[in-house]
Design a protein around this ligand. Structure first.
Ligand code: GP0
Length: 836
């Protein structure tokens, strides 16, 4: 439908066609200018990093007219805009993605040649990614922003500009060491600070009641502290469209007035302390994935970015003289988990205290605007705030939450008269032990929709997590299965496969992944299967080189690349995988090699710094790797690699190079998974449990193209209720006994029989993740994998069918579902023309 050649200069009304032209000459000139004027460098002495910066600025110039025209279009033709609120946006490297979406990769390569750079990769390698997220949840937010822009939906992502993102991981003597992530050092070329649009946020202090001019009883909040939020905007360009959305990240600054005040009373150090305290607000991302620490500073961060964001939305209406009552027609606010759930109370506060609306009107606006996505059932991840901490930091919000709760519980009483148990279960205030605010309840009560992130997960929300809420409001609960963007995760990460797909079915698969179904026709075409396999082999060669450079381990690209990359967590069960590796090692040692397929088992992922068991799991994997890789008996049969510092950039190398994707969480624990989708798209087969989106992946790609094992969610529940005893499973399996024995005698810890004792203890004791119960079936499924690997044509066919049938897992599909069933938003195509 796009007749316009987007690689031609599209200056719009804002840009100079010479400066923002899209051909190689213009890109070269742009780089030259930026080297000289922006970076203060001569082309003759430019480093790789200088060239990266210069190219990035030149590319940024070239998306600016799309960005500004998009923002102007939204302003001039007001229609509903998505506000995606997320404490994390794991956006990954920007340069390559913007080159791809603009369509000027070739031109950039050509321009680089004139600086003596033969490969774009040399430049891409120096880019530092902003690690503003922990894992799946933050990466999902980034995929969703990219799909929103590509689908031409007006959207703003709102979050925090952490000065330090997720730590960098080093491995020292097999242990994880955390190093601060200084992603901003030397400047980050993709952000546009907007100090004129700063917002003021209060904390602490107390509330006072007063009677207003109309004789109404009101409450007023007098905060004891303030912080200023300065927006730092990142353009999010859609794929080959004019739409360019905005990611608005807030940086915390100290307020000047406070400094002045302290100056006047002569308390210079007090003033500096205040400044330091408020700047600490956006200093660092909490590195916990799936656990709630209940820290005061974390609640401060949440309120800080939510308040700035809601003020920004309300201000956008004021600027255009739109009545505040119209808010739900102009903004649809999506809460990415409960981290931004304070939005329910903050929007009520802004509407009631600042805009003077009455309760019912304010509540209607809030409820019509806000929707909530739940990402986990794990109790340790469900956010709860200690009541006294909450009151101390947000006293006015607490009053409002009490009133929201009072009115809500009235409704519950009507439906369940005299049922006190249900009142206690549903209340926002948890009265067991120390009193606490349950953020999931606040979000559920305030939202018009609550969704889970995969079919099974959404079902479990209704049956296990919030059953009484689901009975009260059945129509509120829904599912949107997660997705991932095919631009980054196929087109950009896997150039070899992309070339093959372009040649076979044309380039439209990038925006319409259902077209991949045409590949089914090729399932018996040996020639095509060979081409498909050689694209994979080329990815594996690149990864093998990287592994060698990073870890010194030589791996064979023709071996089966068996990969588990994700945060390290007991519920994700990297230890189950590790035990399987030991079992294979033992078989080889015992000369039972007939059914063994040569494998390279690759692990990657960070552990939360305070999560002892996860850090020990990393040490455990490295202990196994040391023994296996040093044993000549393993040559040609088994290699084990722990890839340090797994992040988006490394993921782009890993997905295209994988044959087998490990998705082995305990059934019912992984809400969705999104890595599983990236692997399937890139033609990896999955070995997995019936958990999260694995269920839907298996349904789509076909049970015969998926290695299923393990207990189902209901079988796990049954086991738990009967009283799970790992020893009954161990007793039945010789291989398992020998495997455990070898660990206990210190075989993987230089004879130290204590080092891995905590792992043995949890597996054989009160293991909430049922590793022993699934071990035998897992080993059986791994044997199926080895058998299948040996019939390479059959394997390649299965891999092809995974790619062919993975279209459903595009985030374009997820975003369309959100738009239609939750947000009620339509695309707003952006036109660029020069007529004034
Ligand atoms: C869920 F609760 N997720 C959390 C959390 O704190 N962090 C996080 O990354 C993940 C889920 O575990 C998931 O299943 C899911 O796909 C992802 O959120 C996005 O919905 C991980 O794969």
């Amino acid at each position: 439908s796009q007749s316009l050649d987007l690689r031609l200069p599209t200056p719009g009304c804002y840009a100079d066609p010479v400066r923002a032209g899209m051909d190689a000459d213009a890109v070269f000139d742009g780089m030259t200018e930026h080297l000289f004027f922006t970076l203060g460098k001569l082309a003759t002495s430019a480093s790789l990093r200088d060239l990266y910066m210069a190219l990035s600025f030149a590319v940024r110039d070239r998306l600016m007219s799309r960005y500004l025209t998009s923002q102007e279009t939204i302003r001039a033709r007001p229609q509903k805009t998505v506000a995606y609120l997320s404490a994390e946006f794991l956006i990954g490297p920007q340069l390559n993605n913007n080159l791809l979406n603009l369509g000027i990769k070739k031109e950039a390569e050509e321009a680089l040649k004139r600086f003596g750079i033969e490969s774009l990769n040399e430049i891409l390698e120096v880019e530092e990614e902003p690690g503003l997220g922990n894992g799946g949840l933050g990466r999902l937010a980034a995929c969703y922003m990219e799909s929103l822009a590509s689908l031409q939906v007006p959207a703003v992502g709102y979050g925090i500009r952490y000065e330090f993102g997720i730590f960098n991981q080093l491995i020292r003597d097999g242990w994880q060491v955390e190093v601060t992530d200084k992603w901003l050092k030397g400047g980050w070329p993709w952000e546009l600070p907007q100090p004129d649009e700063a917002c003021l946020v209060g904390f602490g202090g107390q509330t006072e009641s007063y009677t207003d001019d109309n004789g109404n009883y009101r409450s007023r909040w007098i905060p004891s502290e303030h912080a200023i939020g300065v927006p730092h905007d990142v353009p999010v360009l859609g794929y080959r469209v004019n739409s360019c959305d905005r990611l608005r990240l807030w940086r915390a600054d100290a307020t000047e007035s406070f400094d002045f005040y302290a100056f006047n009373i002569g308390d210079y150090y007090g003033a500096v302390e205040e400044k330091v305290a408020s700047e600490t607000l956006s200093k660092v991302l909490y590195p916990n994935d799936g656990t709630d620490e209940g820290r005061r500073l974390r609640l401060k961060q949440q309120h800080f970015f939510v308040s700035c964001s809601l003020q920004d939305m309300l201000r956008s209406l004021e600027k255009r003289s739109i009545a505040v009552e119209e808010f739900p027609n102009h903004w649809t606010v999506q809460l990415n988990d409960t981290h931004p759930a304070i939005a329910v109370a903050e929007l009520m506060r802004l509407l009631i205290d600042q805009h003077r609306l009455d309760w019912d009107k304010a509540w209607e606006i809030t409820n019509r605007s806000v929707a909530y996505t739940n990402h986990t059932l794990l109790p340790e991840a469900l956010e709860k705030w200690d009541l006294s901490l909450f009151k101390n930091l947000l006293p006015r919000h607490l009053e409002l939450i009490y009133e929201i709760n009072r009115r809500f519980l009235q409704q519950v009483r009507l439906k369940y008269p005299g049922n006190d148990l249900i009142l206690r279960k549903l209340s926002i205030i948890d009265e067991e032990g120390g009193k606490a605010i349950r953020m999931a309840h606040l979000a559920t009560i305030g939202a018009h929709h609550v969704n889970g992130v995969a079919a099974l997960h959404s079902d479990l929300i209704k049956r296990q997590l919030l059953p009484e809420f689901a009975q009260l409001w059945p129509e509120k609960f829904t599912n949107v299965t997660n997705g991932v963007t095919p631009r980054r995760w196929v087109a950009l990460a896997n150039p070899e496969l992309s070339k093959l797909l372009d040649k076979e079915i044309g380039p439209n698969w990038i925006t319409n992944m259902d077209l991949l179904l045409e590949l089914e026709k090729k399932e018996n075409d040996s020639n095509f299967l060979d081409l498909f396999a050689s694209a994979k082999l080329s990815g594996k060669r690149k990864l093998a080189g990287y592994i060698h450079r990073q870890t010194g381990v030589l791996v064979d690209p023709s071996s089966l690349f068996d990969v588990q990359v994700k945060r390290i967590h007991q519920y994700k069960r990297q230890h189950l995988n590790a035990l399987q590796v030991i079992a294979q090692y033992l078989r080889i040692k015992n000369g039972i090699t007939k059914n063994i397929a040569p494998r390279t088992v690759i692990f990657g992922g960070k552990a939360a710094p305070g999560y002892f068991m996860a850090k020990l799991m990393i040490r455990f994997i490295n202990g196994i790797a040391d023994v296996v890789n040093a044993d000549p008996d393993m040559d040609g049969l088994l290699r084990v690699v722990f890839l340090p510092d797994y992040n988006v950039k490394l993921g782009e190398q890993v997905y295209p190079a994988t044959d087998l994707s490990e998705q082995i969480s305990t059934a019912g624990k992984e809400a969705s998974g999104t890595g599983n989708m990236k692997f399937a798209m890139n033609g990896a087969l999955t070995i997995g449990t019936l958990d999260g989106a694995n269920v839907e992946i298996r349904d789509r790609v076909g049970a015969e193209n998926f290695f299923l094992f393990g207990k189902t969610e209901s079988e796990i529940m049954e086991l738990r209720d009967q009283g799970y005893s790992p020893n009954s499973f161990i007793a039945e399996s010789n291989e398992l006994q020998e495997t455990l024995k070898l660990i206990e005698v210190g075989h993987f810890s230089n004879g130290d029989s204590e080092l891995f004792r905590p792992i043995i203890n949890i597996l054989t004791g009160n293991d909430p993740f049922f590793v022993m119960a699934d071990f035998d079936d897992y080993l059986r499924a791994q044997d199926e994998v080895s058998k299948a690997w040996k019939k390479s044509k059959k394997w390649n066919r299965m891999a092809l069918l995974n790619t062919a049938r993975s279209g459903f897992f595009s985030s374009d599909r997820s975003i369309r579902e959100y738009c239609q069933s939750i947000w009620k938003v339509k695309p707003l195509p952006v036109e660029i023309s020069c007529e004034k």
